[in-house]
Design a protein around this ligand. Structure first.
Ligand code: FMN
Ligand code: SF4
Ligand code: SF4
Length: 359
């Protein structure tokens, strides 16, 4: 049976996943399919083209912490219940290029977890793939040159074309070298993914701040799909990052003033505050002797207490930090001690993507 329609749903911070969606959409149109490319958020409420085997669907999203971003998992779970469409999951991941060498990213468990959620909702999940697009994680490393980005993007486009050929010949796409690679790394790194979803993403969200170039235009707030920015201030509104931030990098890359930094010196301070071994202190206060219990129970008790401490610790610290940033000298100090402020560091966006296309 031929597909008659294609619905491609994407969530994208800096345009990579959006770009992959447009390539798939173009190939679907060339095959004569009635095609729609919509954001994952809209897919929750809008009618998805015909249910059943005639409907082809793809979910495209970035990799965060070797798995799918929390927002993607949550939104996929809210998609309309079972329409029996054939679904494919595509995760874009951080490709790098050094000289002639292309280094693949690690999508890990992302596509499989999304596939599992869709399966539980009654979709017929037919395959998964990781696609290397340029790494957008510029709070972690400086971005690569445009030539390297273009080479990685060209390669990805060819890969997506090969994938689409298989999809439209009704093949299932599970047993591939790429998926074997992801299963191995997804399993080995699963503890990092869990730690990322439970703690890491909240920590990363609290590294963002606006430097003194911010003019309070509010573009970052209006375009954040997870509504993670609140504009706050007395004389002038400036952005405040909430817990819901997914660190997708959209606000930082599309800020017209280039005013959004990921604070590295602040990150070091926040790390020491949030990693304070409060459990040992609290337990000793109430006269609890950790030596009395086995090491497994001991580490469980300590981890639970440390986690309970972690969330308010970063929340309160960030709140105080945001107040201090209003003092020009403090803002200047943190701005000039973060690497994202270095002139060569840069901010990544998929070169052809415009901000308005991402919502
Ligand atoms: C917070 C964060 C975490 C990331 N984690 C990973 C990862 O674990 N593995 C990987 O290959 N790429 C990782 N990346 C890179 C992105 O997944 C990749 O560049 C993706 O193509 C970005 O897509 P987008 O532009 O649609 O958001 C990460 C990026 C960010 C910002
Ligand atoms: S987009 Fe940039 S300049 Fe505008 S409010 Fe946000 S941080 Fe400030
Ligand atoms: S606040 Fe910025 S980085 Fe965080 S989710 Fe929104 S757009 Fe992405």
């Amino acid at each position: 049976m031929e597909y008659k329609s294609a619905t491609i749903c994407f969530w994208s911070g800096t345009g990579n996943s959006y770009r992959v969606s447009t390539w798939l959409g173009k190939i679907a149109e060339d095959h004569g399919l009635k095609t729609q490319i919509i954001s994952l958020e809209k897919a929750k409420s809008e009618k998805i083209y015909p249910a059943g085997k005639e409907g082809f669907m793809a979910i495209v999203f970035p990799t965060h912490g070797f798995t799918a971003p929390w927002h993607v998992l949550k939104t996929v779970w809210k998609l309309p219940q079972c329409n029996a469409s054939h679904v494919f999951c595509l995760a874009t991941r951080a490709g790098l290029k050094f000289g002639p060498l292309f280094i693949p990213g690690i999508g890990g468990s992302g596509t499989f977890v999304v596939a599992l959620l869709l399966l539980l909702k009654g979709y017929k999940v037919r395959g998964a793939m990781g696609v290397d697009m340029p790494s957008n994680w510029f709070s972690l490393h400086p971005i690569q040159c445009l030539k390297n980005h273009e080479a990685i993007i060209d390669r990805a486009e060819q890969k997506v074309a090969g994938f689409a050929e298989k999809v439209f010949s009704h093949s299932k796409i599970w047993f591939t070298i790429n998926n074997l690679y992801e299963v191995i790394f997804g399993t080995l790194l699963s503890f990092i993914s869990i730690a990322y979803l439970l703690m890491g993403r909240f920590f990363l969200a609290k590294l963002f701040f606006a430097n003194d170039n911010c003019d309070g235009c509010g573009i970052c707030e209006k375009n954040c799909t997870v509504k993670a920015i609140a504009m706050r201030g007395k004389e002038r509104d400036i952005p405040y990052w909430k817990y819901t931030c997914e660190s997708c990098m959209k606000c930082a890359t599309f800020c017209p003033q280039g005013a959004i930094e990921a604070g590295h010196s602040w990150g070091v301070i926040l790390y020491f505050i949030s990693a304070f071994p409060i459990s040992v202190y609290l337990l000793s206060l109430i006269g609890f002797d950790l030596a009395d219990i086995g090491s497994l129970e001991r580490s469980l008790i300590c981890n639970v207490l440390d986690m309970i401490y972690f969330y308010p610790a970063i929340f309160i610290s960030y709140y105080i930090f945001s107040l201090l940033l209003r003092i020009p000298l403090v803002n200047c100090f943190f701005t000039h001690t973060t690497m994202t402020h270095l002139p060569f560091w840069g901010r990544y966006r998929e070169p052809k993507t415009k901000l308005k296309e991402l919502s």
